[in-house]
Write a protein that binds this ligand. Sequence first.
Ligand SMILES: Cc1cc2nc3c(=O)[nH]c(=O)nc-3n(C[C@H](O)[C@H](O)[C@H](O)COP(=O)(O)OP(=O)(O)OC[C@H]3O[C@@H](n4cnc5c(N)ncnc54)[C@H](O)[C@@H]3O)c2cc1C
Length: 543
Amino acid sequence: MPNSERNDAISEPRDASSERYDAIVIGGGHNGLVNAAYLAKAGLNTLVLERRHVVGGAAVTEELVPGYKFTTFSYAISLMRPDIVQDLQLVEHGMMVMPLINTFQPGLDGEYLLLGVDADANYHEIARHSIEDAEAARDLDHLIARLARALKPWMDRIPPNSLSSEPAELAAMAEVRDYVAGLDPEVRGLMEKFATCSAAEILDEYFECDLVKALYASSGIIGSRVGPRSKESGLVWLFHKMGDYDGVPGEWGFHKGGTGGFTQVLARAVEGFGGTIRTNAGVERVLYEDGAAVGVLLQDGITLEANLVVSALDPRQTFTRLVDPDDLPQDLVQHIAEYKFQGSAAKVNFALSGLPQFPGLEGREDIYMGCTNLGPSIAYLEEAFADCEAGRFSRRPFLDCCVQSTLDPDMSPPGKHIMSCFVMYAPYHLADGDWEAQRENLGDTVQATVEEFFPGFSDLVLHREIVTPLDIEKLLGLSEGNIFAGELFESQLFLNRPAPGWNQYRTPIAGYYQCGSGTHPGGCISGAPGKLAAQQILGDRAV
Ligand SMILES: Cc1cc2nc3c(=O)[nH]c(=O)nc-3n(C[C@H](O)[C@H](O)[C@H](O)COP(=O)(O)OP(=O)(O)OC[C@H]3O[C@@H](n4cnc5c(N)ncnc54)[C@H](O)[C@@H]3O)c2cc1C
């Protein structure tokens, strides 16, 4: 069902006294929907409450200009867990992921890398620049795939509680240590490198060609306030390699109809299992008595009852806005206060009258059948990051661009295109001015940057939509516009996401749980937080 149809299908609250549910999920982003689908499938009378007029959260498709469908925020299906697709029968509900066929990395000197799904062709493409780099890329890709495969089981498990002295938790901690110790030394060595080195340090070890290094480095900076030479970029890079599509490690895909097409599939699954979704239903507070959840208060004053309430919002919202932080342990509140959001990304979406042309590859539609990385060297990326550190958006940003209409022609009118540009860096806190004043300047800068790589680009622009970090916060509730509901730093992952002792989806309030991207394993379209939280909830109910 298109978003517009679902928008109208909002039932007005009935008599408040009759509104009682087994479970209420706050936030209809993809994790909230996954969580609700599992709860409904387990037989709980489940209600999803979404503040916006449309479900999907950061994964929505919006037709802001007639005929042009924009993936307002996220654009690619990255880390989606295959077991969720099976469990929730998502293919039956219309899931259709189209693999990205090519990655295009243009330089500013007419050079480029065009990589696809054929490993041999990729070898020859990199060898055009450096045979040593082609050999090194083969080795590194293989080793990263082995590491990702080794770590993947932990994406699909509730992590242990490092503060607990319960025998089961101590055993689970020991299991983690044994697992890491038992890894193949080469794989463990790479894991340690990702945890302790910057992306650029690792890349300097493997490659000589700047274009190749920059292509790999982009995975280390996406959505995070780090440059390729920042220590944390190693781990961010590894995180982005944890996905696969159809068994191909690290592969991402576009969903038919954009990421919003995917969340509409999830919404159908929720309803298919008997759950209810209500849009235009912002939650003001979680209600609790004697330390146990009893329901929610909506922003329009309506009260709904449930002894199970799940927040799919970020940790700041979950622990300090939806409940009174004075009612929580103060070490947890302190931890959440120090939890790093520091959003640094923006989005500019274009409606185009035709395809941009790259000098020398004019007329080649295939170069856009995937992601196009504009950021041709480590120095370019570092310069972009330096602007962010100085409190301004990058004067020459790194852009991850997708012309989804090449793979999915229904996204735009015939012959026309949409282009989504993910922008690094755009710091939430500007040193000078505010985001309203800077909005059009950001749009102009992004457009000028694309023009540098694709001369004549501006002549194709029919319309553009600018999404600042402040918009991300205001529209979705993602604090400071952090796209992952908190940085993907070691201090905020696995045992620590969102806080040590509270990384198992529970909260100090009985019956109140968390299932958003601020919980393990973290942000991106994976569904894992939603699923693992449901597993914890259903396990707790069974005890
Ligand atoms: C600009 C951008 C680009 C991205 N690109 C990609 C990408 O290409 N691929 C990828 O895998 N990931 C990407 N991400 C990250 C990914 O989209 C998110 O990590 C993920 O979608 C978050 O899902 P969620 O369900 O945890 O939370 P959200 O999607 O943030 O959902 C939370 C929901 O709660 C609702 N809400 C907020 N407050 C209330 C309230 N008080 N009451 C009721 N409802 C409320 C919000 O409206 C929202 O619908 C991107 C994110 C952004 C912002």
